[in-house]
Design a protein around this ligand. Structure first.
Ligand code: FES
Ligand code: FES
Length: 155
């Protein structure tokens, strides 16, 4: 089947298996390998992308469901030359070790800070609860995100 959507501001028109999963299409057909796949069950958040601006587990989404919609992956958020502030801060705080979970955390955290710029610690912890990390113990990731909170925004 033919599916059309927007990925990182690029119009995509692609012939895919109707059962294909968004995470696989992003990685294998579009070369957007920053999106990671681990559990394939919606449990780890490694595959987090934005769908119409909201973070979702792309391992759970049939690509047919994104017809006409807008995807942003980690490649669309920032890169080495022009990192997103969350990427910069997680790196500064040592919140990435093997790095496998990092793109998913960044996608979730960036959406959280966009929607709740003055989020408290509990809100940050809750907002990132769908993302798992086996390396860092979470403390440095949470601290990095917390350091970006706008305490004066009066949200
Ligand atoms: S690979 Fe999608 S949530 Fe784990
Ligand atoms: S840095 Fe290795 S899983 Fe998070």
């Amino acid at each position: 089947m033919l599916v059309q959507f927007t990925a990182n501001n690029q119009p995509i028109k692609i012939d895919v298996d109707p059962d294909a999963i968004l995470a696989d299409v992003l990685r294998d057909r579009l070369g957007l390998k920053g999106t990671k796949i681990s559990c394939r069950e919606g449990e780890c958040g490694a595959c987090t992308v934005w769908l119409d601006g909201q973070p979702v587990n792309s391992c759970l989404i049939p690509v047919a469901k994104v017809e006409g919609r807008t995807i942003v992956t980690i490649e669309g958020l920032g890169n080495i030359e022009s990192p997103h502030p969350v990427q910069e801060r997680i790196a500064e705080y040592g919140g990435s070790q093997c790095g496998f979970c990092s793109p998913g955390f960044v996608m979730s955290a960036a959406a959280l800070l966009r929607d709740h710029p003055s989020a408290g610690r509990a809100e940050i912890v809750e907002g990132l609860s769908g993302n798992l990390c086996r390396c860092t113990g979470y403390v440095k990731i949470i601290a990095a995100v917390e350091s970006l909170v706008d305490r004066d925004s009066g949200e």
